[in-house]
Design a binder for this molecule. Structure first.
Ligand SMILES: Cc1cc2nc3c(=O)[nH]c(=O)nc-3n(C[C@H](O)[C@H](O)[C@H](O)COP(=O)(O)OP(=O)(O)OC[C@H]3O[C@@H](n4cnc5c(N)ncnc54)[C@H](O)[C@@H]3O)c2cc1C
Length: 460
């Protein structure tokens, strides 16, 4: 008789949890998974997927304007919020159903309940009170939106609420300057909403290359998004008509339909019994893990946002796959977090991989910087002023391309391919030996001949 009811108990059915449960079950393990909201998690239900549909919807307003330059007249264009909102909800629910079917087909037992850890080999379902044992427990509980401690903070919505508002607001104030804040500003302003970003720093998109940050900030402002920097929300007060009065630390006051918090996310580890059984948490409350995603308790692992490493869906999935390969397929595998590409679906969108100029200098690299700013062909007849920025960070001693940063049309698609070259460690000379595809925007990536800045000469 096996000692435990399950070989693996997964807590949380988001990107990481679902992948780990399904693969482990397919490898022959007896697997159970608990989900407290809905199978699919943040990415499918409240993140990447609905967000991208909303971004697509928001791009039509500019596309209709651009169309005029190509001879089209689209004067009749109207936008209907409930049509978009409901279509997106239908689609994410369909995807959630697919995830559920796949788990069923793999033989995973599912629990529609919150689960907490009781001891290193047991979990308890909170609603039913049922306790189950497992040889291994995987924490894949993701994260949640942080709300700052300002007065009236509960009057603000989060990104989760932003997808399901009853009506399209006429105005919105978004607190935060990270990618979620910037993407929602892009969405709402593209849909015609009067949009203001309030950001405590001087430049949005902290962590991205400084040229990209400046480029996107300037272009968002050019396209009508108001950006108030160096300021935070002190108070949100209700007004009689349901609107809100926002008071900022710089004494500004703004009346708005909605305030959205996008000031960061934190890991879901509270009240889960983790610390009581010796699972070490980081200062930010994430589960501290080693390169194999094992926690300080040998029978407990954690993957995805709850570990606060690189908080992106493909990373959660790869960490989950590495965990299953190590523990259930006898192939010790550690996911390499270096050179993970990422995108911001802003206006213009951003694609980035590898080191920023600042990071490369901090690491002591001597650099050649290649930069190109141009108006994409599609924007010329359209009389659209938006420009593309492309930047390559190259080690001037080894000629290796350390980072690629693009802000412009199609950059999230372009960066996936550039990421292969960066991950493979190719040199600038190898990039340049690749023949251009003409006429495209991406061809500029292999045509940047002279550095705009260099620390020393590359070796002969
Ligand atoms: C608005 C937004 C946009 C995003 N856009 C992108 C993007 O474009 N690209 C990208 O790569 N990433 C994006 N992300 C990040 C991405 O969604 C996450 O990195 C990813 O979902 C992490 O997967 P996970 O499995 O770690 O956690 P999650 O997907 O969050 O899943 C965790 C699950 O655990 C459940 N849970 C929590 N506690 C318990 C418990 N005690 N018992 C049972 N169940 C529990 C939760 O309900 C949730 O379903 C976005 C995130 C947000 C919020």
């Amino acid at each position: 008789m096996p000692q435990y009811e399950y070989d693996l108990f997964v807590i949380g059915a988001g990107s990481g949890g679902v992948r780990a449960a399904r693969l482990a079950a397919k490898a022959g393990a007896r697997v159970s998974i608990a989900e407290q909201v809905q199978i699919g998690g943040t990415c499918v239900l409240r993140g990447c997927v609905p967000k991208k549909f909303f971004v697509y919807a928001s791009e039509y307003s500019q596309a209709f304007r651009d169309a005029k330059g190509f001879g089209w007249t689209v004067d009749w264009a109207r936008f209907d919020w409930p049509t978009l909102r409901d279509a997106v909800q239908n689609e994410v629910n369909r995807l959630s159903g697919l995830y559920t079917k796949n788990l069923e087909a793999a033989g995973v037992t599912m629990w529609d309940d919150r689960a907490i850890v009781v001891d290193p080999h047991s979990v308890r379902l909170v609603r039913s009170g049922r306790i189950m044992s497992a040889e291994r427990i995987l924490i894949a509980t993701g994260g949640h939106t942080l709300r700052p401690h300002s007065k009236g903070q509960d009057l603000g919505i989060t990104s989760t609420d932003a997808f399901t508002l009853k009506e399209l607001p006429s105005s919105i104030v978004i607190a935060g300057g990270g990618y979620i804040a910037v993407e929602f500003a892009t969405i709402y302003s593209g849909l015609g909403v009067d949009t203001t970003i309030i950001y405590r720093g001087e430049r949005i998109l902290r962590g991205f290359d400084h040229d990209v940050r400046a480029h996107v900030q300037a272009d968002l402002e050019r396209s009508g998004v108001k950006i108030v920097v160096g300021s935070v929300i002190d108070e949100i007060a209700p007004l009689k008509d349901g609107r809100k009065l926002v008071s900022l630390s710089n004494s500004m006051k703004i009346e708005t339909d909605h305030v959205m918090w996008a000031v960061g996310r934190e890991p879901n580890t509270a009240n889960m019994g983790l610390e009581a059984i010796g699972v070490r948490l980081t200062q930010r409350g994430a589960v501290a893990v080693d390169e194999f995603s094992r926690s300080s308790v040998p029978s407990i692992w954690a993957v995805g946002d709850v570990t606060d490493r690189v908080n992106l869906t493909p990373v959660a999935i790869r960490e989950a796959m590495a965990f299953v390969e190590t523990e259930f397929m006898a192939r010790p595998t550690a996911f390499d977090h270096a050179d993970v590409a990422s995108a911001v679906f802003s206006r213009p969108p951003v694609g980035a991989v590898g080191l920023t100029e600042e990071q490369a200098r901090e690491k002591g690299h001597k650099l050649n910087i290649y930069r190109s700013v141009f108006r994409p062909m599609k924007h010329i007849l359209a009389n659209n002023e938006q420009r593309t920025l492309m930047k390559l960070i190259v080690d001037s001693e080894t000629d290796r391309v350390l980072g690629v940063h693009i802000a412009g049309v199609d950059s999230p698609e372009q960066i996936q391919l550039a990421a292969i070259a960066v991950k493979a460690g190719l040199t600038k000379a190898q990039w340049d030996s690749t023949c251009a595809v003409h006429p495209t925007g991406a061809e500029e990536l292999v045509l940047m001949g002279e550095p705009v800045a260099h620390d020393n000469e590359a070796p002969a």
